[in-house]
Ligand binder design. Structure first.
Ligand SMILES: [Zn+2]
Length: 278
């Protein structure tokens, strides 16, 4: 496993802005996802997937001194799922995790290898959020470089519900139950898309409003472009290629990969071109 210097690299990108990412040299896809999870416990899945609704927090205004109007109870409006999310990358070296946020509420997608929670917390802080603002944690798949910090993340994000593709849930180690999701499900207004092949339960996540796809390892970034799933670590390449063709039917400007540099414009056009070669 890489023991890169995520902090310094992350700060580099933070200081220079996202534009700097486009000039970074990558070419590290081949190191990705070298192992399955082994010897891990099975989490009992919740009976039904939840949708994006989160518990409304009721707050009570402070009573003003004397003669004030009666105390009122304010209920914050539900999260506006018609607004695009903002995103922040936790560049963990050879793998990335992402924070997607809207209206003071955040979703973490993937958690890196064990020990990545500090960098993920830095990404939250970069958009002025904290662990208490994390309502959902989504794993694109069960590989250790994506689920490694889930136990730590789920303890820090005490309010969060965890999700993964149904077929991968039994291979995920979590202190709280992991809710199985798949095609047709929505979390925080984000659409879940089954993309098997790299693992049986691999999922991608689409923000249809902002045109943002989090691809996990269904595809990889390479030299500023996009390539398919890595054959070395994808046991079912016909399914993986079919998943790319499925993603090519969607429209998105930005794609975020588990491995490789994000593409921030014209992404789905590149995926259509890739799919035509598979
Ligand atoms: Zn993987």
């Amino acid at each position: 496993m890489s023991t890169d210097t995520p902090m310094s690299r992350r700060n580099f990108f933070t200081n220079l802005g996202r534009g700097a990412a486009t000039v970074a040299v990558v070419g590290i896809v081949a190191t990705a996802c070298s192992s399955e999870s082994e010897g891990i416990t099975t989490s009992a899945p919740a009976p039904t997937p939840t949708t994006g609704a989160t518990d409304l927090v009721t707050t009570t205004t402070t009573r003003a001194p004397q003669d004030a109007a009666p105390t009122t109870t304010e209920v914050p409006p539900p999260v506006d799922e018609t607004a695009a999310v903002v995103w922040e990358r936790a560049n963990l070296g050879f793998v990335s995790a992402y924070v997607l946020a809207r209206a003071g509420e955040a979703v973490i997608i993937d958690t890196g290898v064990a020990g990545s929670e500090g960098s993920i917390g830095d990404s939250l802080a970069a958009i002025n959020l904290g662990w208490d603002d994390v309502s959902h944690v989504i794993l694109t798949h069960r590989h250790n470089d994506h689920q490694g910090s889930l136990p730590a993340v789920i303890r820090l994000a005490a309010n969060a519900v965890a999700y993964a593709g149904a077929a991968d849930v039994p291979a995920i180690d979590s202190p709280r139950s992991v809710t199985p999701v798949g095609d047709g499900d929505s979390v925080f207004g984000l659409k879940i898309i089954d993309t098997p092949g790299h693992t049986p339960g691999h999922i991608a996540v689409l923000d249809p409003v902002g045109g943002l796809l989090v691809a996990g390892d269904s595809m990889n970034g390479s030299n500023g472009g996009v390539i398919g799933a890595n054959p070395q670590f994808s046991p079912d390449m016909p399914a993986a290629n079919a998943s790319v063709k499925k993603l090519a039917q969607l429209t998105f400007g930005t794609v975020l990969f588990g491995h490789g540099e994000p593409i921030e414009a014209g992404a789905s056009t590149l995926v259509v071109a890739l799919a035509a070669t598979l």
